[in-house]
Design a protein around this ligand. Structure first.
Ligand SMILES: [Zn+2]
Length: 327
């Protein structure tokens, strides 16, 4: 059922309405909330939630054989409405990042009211997902982020079928983000990072869509066919990160493939001098492990992030946490 969660009068023409789409089951199953489109140019999450809405509509109407809804699913597919309409990450009027405005304030300015409206709409959930994408400059393998997961949260995470899980420390730096607030409010929070901004990756979305259905069966939000065990999913912390920074400036041409296991000293790519075409740097892996991210935008300055490798061995580097794409 479509329900407005917030109506904002805007300077010109009709008010802007934020909606949630809520599906209520027949039983006493748990509640899960899924939010996407906090950043208006991150489209995989919005598309994922539209697929989920269509699926749940069929379940509720009894058209999905083998599935019944026992709990409640709340979908908020678009938070930054004008941002989505104009392909912008932030709130267009004043450039505010809505995921830095939580918990928000119902008597505050526009983005504070939006943050408050979204948080209120997800209150009482047992589980919650905030879906994002990386930026356009750096391709990130899709992954699930957790904050100090308890045993149950960790056990459920592999159902999402992401190539890896990333545990991030709960620092005050994230205090104004929705997932932090969920954790603080006793809701099990997950952040899904899906692909890059401004694009839809169909196969990735389909994979996570099926993963979410399994997650809902595993948590008894949905009753469905018996589940196969989830895939074994590697779990990394920020200390497992090995960063590859450019030593030269120029044009970067990668040779390695994201999502593959690479060995220490394997070739990752080349940096060429733009004027002369001379090879400025042969970029090699500092450690063996999963190549989880690779620079997509070719022009580079010195000391820019070219690749990220997750290795079972902890890195000795310090201060690398700033190199994660923002959520
Ligand atoms: Zn985002």
């Amino acid at each position: 059922m479509l329900e407005p969660i917030l109506t904002l009068n805007i300077p010109f023409r009709e008010p802007m309405v934020l909606y949630k789409n809520e599906f209520q089951g027949t039983g006493e199953g748990p509640i899960v909330s899924l939010v996407s489109g906090i950043h208006g140019d991150e489209l995989n999450g919005i598309y994922l939630l539209t697929r989920l809405a269509a699926f749940l509509e069929e379940v509720v109407q009894g058209k999905k054989e083998g599935y019944t809804l026992q709990g409640t699913v709340r979908l908020v597919p678009v938070v930054n409405v004008p941002g989505v309409n104009f392909a912008l990450r932030n709130w267009p009027f004043d450039g505010t990042d809505i995921n830095r405005m939580f918990p928000g304030y119902d008597q505050g300015e526009t983005t504070q009211r939006i943050a408050d409206g979204v948080f209120q709409a997800t209150l009482g959930s047992h589980y919650a997902f905030d879906v994002h994408s990386s930026n356009e400059q750096f391709y990130e393998l899709p992954h699930l982020r957790t904050f100090f997961p308890d045993e149950r949260e960790l056990k459920l995470a592999p159902y999402l079928r992401c190539p890896y899980l990333l545990h991030r420390e709960l620092t005050p730096l994230y205090k104004t983000q929705l997932a932090y607030l969920w954790k603080d409010s006793g809701i099990s929070p997950y952040i899904l990072m899906l692909g890059v901004a401004r694009r839809i990756d169909e196969s990735m979305v389909q994979q996570v869509f099926h993963g979410l259905i399994d997650f809902m069966v595993a948590t008894e939000i949905l009753a469905g066919p018996p589940l196969a065990p989830p895939p074994a999913t590697p779990f990394f912390r920020t200390a497992n990160t090995h960063l590859v920074l450019s030593q030269a400036a120029g044009i970067f041409r990668p040779t390695a493939v994201v999502g593959t296991e690479i060995e220490q000293e394997d070739l990752i790519g080349h940096i060429y001098n733009v004027l002369t075409g001379a090879l400025e740097e042969e970029v090699r892996a500092p450690a063996s492990g999963l190549l989880a991210g690779l620079r997509a935008y070719p022009m580079v300055y010195e000391k820019e992030l070219l690749a990220r490798i997750f290795s079972p061995h902890e890195s000795l580097e310090k201060g690398f946490d700033i190199w994660y794409p923002e959520q």
